[in-house]
Design a binder for this molecule. Structure first.
Ligand code: UT7
Length: 332
């Protein structure tokens, strides 16, 4: 799917919040659990540490503080939110959905609330959907949450996946804005490559995966990721009448520093315009892009008018890009 913003319709992000679990787990600690080393993990992935949820912490426990912070940041009354999309592959349970639980806990009686499952691309898919709902006038103020606690579905004996992932969440308030806003989206999926990053036994099809754990063919996902990060950006930018030179902030999915470096090199985006926090959080799946967006703001990069390219990719296999002109101004 490739499309540009509806002419005359400006929808932007007016609030942003994030949350990560307290527990920091270093590479050295992982090296005591599986046969790996800090050196291998840093060289092959760029990851130094990640956050790991406590035993009794589920997705909504880390999503809730992120949502509260995003609402406060937007100055939004929760009761006015009429749409809540929660992008995650690790909901508290299949149903009730995490979105419904969050809407209840936050006090959003008017909100349509549902979970969205698109792997690590979940957040980009969710903001595209919220954009569509807002642009059509179906929704007036939306909350989009992206978060995962992948530590709960990892095989803690499999070094090839264990070292890559971490837990975290982010949330944004989306609504009409005075200027700027989203310029367009490019989204896609290739179920044919789905078995390269999958969670067999997690649904209605029976598999021999009694532990119910995530499985990945890292090399194949690496090839897919490097190709698709470049492809998606190259589709979206010209469609929106923009070029690589126009980008002020590049927010790639934080899966592996080598994947980010490849995309940056191929696209010709200056590294200094690229947000990288995979070293601190690992791959937080649906939490990755909002966490990076928050880092961009902390760095003072989200000035009014800044052009932001976000690209996600992950299980499905899925991918997606969004182009956003940052603004803080709401229509008076
Ligand atoms: O959101 C999308 C999520 N997933 C991804 O983005 C993952 C994409 N893939 C990757 O990032 C990389 O493929 C990995 C980081 C997973 C692996 O890096 P690689 O450079 O592709 O390594 P490899 O799979 O080719 O494995 C090289 C060696 C193997 O040993 P042999 O067969 O050469 O003896 C692995 O067994 O490294 C070994 N290895 C490890 N060694 C130490 C694999 N994992 C580890 C580990 N520690 N944690």
């Amino acid at each position: 799917m490739l499309g540009v913003a509806t002419p005359g319709v400006r929808i932007g992000i007016t609030g942003l919040g994030t949350h990560v679990p307290e527990r920091v787990m270093t590479n050295a600690e992982l090296a005591q659990i599986v046969e790996t080393s800090d050196e291998w993990i840093r060289e092959r992935t760029g990851i130094r540490e990640r956050r790991i949820a406590a035993d009794d912490e589920a997705l909504t426990d880390i999503a809730m503080p992120a949502a509260v912070a995003a609402l406060a940041d937007a100055g939004a009354d929760p009761a006015e939110i009429d749409l809540l999309i929660c992008a995650t592959v690790t909901p508290d349970m299949m149903f009730p959905t995490s979105a419904a639980l969050l809407a209840d806990a936050l006090g959003m009686p008017k909100a349509a609330a549902y979970d969205l499952l698109a792997g690590c691309t979940g957040f980009v898919y969710a903001i595209a959907q919220a954009y569509g709902m807002l642009a059509s006038g179906l929704s007036r103020r939306a909350l989009v949450v992206g978060g995962d606690v992948l530590s709960k579905i990892l095989d803690w004996e499999d070094r090839s996946t264990l070292v890559l992932f971490g837990d975290g969440a982010g949330a944004v308030v989306m609504e009409p804005v005075e200027r700027g806003g989203f310029l367009g989206f490019e989204l896609g999926a290739d179920g044919g490559g789905g078995e390269n990053l999958w969670y067999p036994g997690s649904g209605s099809r029976k598999f021999d995966n009694p532990e119910g754990l995530l499985k990945m063919n890292g090399r194949e996902v690496f090839k897919f990721a490097t190709r698709i990060m470049v492809y998606s950006a190259q589709q979206l930018l010209p469609e929106c009448g923009k070029s690589v030179e126009d980008i002020d902030v590049y927010i790639p999915h934080q899966a592996n520093k080598r994947i980010i470096d490849y995309a940056v090199g191929k696209l010709g985006i200056p590294p200094e315009k690229t947000i990288v926090n995979v070293d601190r959080y690992g791959n937080t799946s649906s939490g990755s892009i909002p966490l990076a967006l928050a880092d961009a703001r902390t760095d003072g990069r989200l000035h009014d008018g800044a052009l932001i390219l976000m690209t996600g990719m992950g299980a499905g296999l899925t991918w997606g890009s969004a182009l956003l002109e940052w603004t803080t101004g709401r229509p008076s």
